[in-house]
Write a protein of this length. Structure first.
Length: 77
């Protein structure tokens, strides 16, 4: 940008804006890096749950009896 004809104050303002924009850009890049690292950590924690074969839960006998009872009465037997 040309600052001729506007006096020395314009170049000072442009220099300040350049510093501000650099600060904003570096802050933005920093937050993106932090977000990327957090996403990798979440993937590391969740991936075993996503890709693991289905785990069969062992139920107590009382729970299974109640479920059988409910299933019999739900179909009208």
């Amino acid at each position: 940008m040309c600052s001729e004809g506007y006096g020395p104050h314009i170049s000072f303002v442009l220099l300040l804006l350049l510093g501000y924009r650099t600060y904003v850009a570096l802050t933005y890049i920093g937050f993106n890096i932090v977000g990327f690292v957090v996403n990798l950590w979440v993937l590391y924690v969740v991936a075993p749950l996503l890709f693991a074969p289905a785990v069969k839960k062992k139920f107590s006998k009382l729970y299974l009896q109640k479920m059988r009872h409910f299933a019999r009465h739900a179909v009208g037997k």
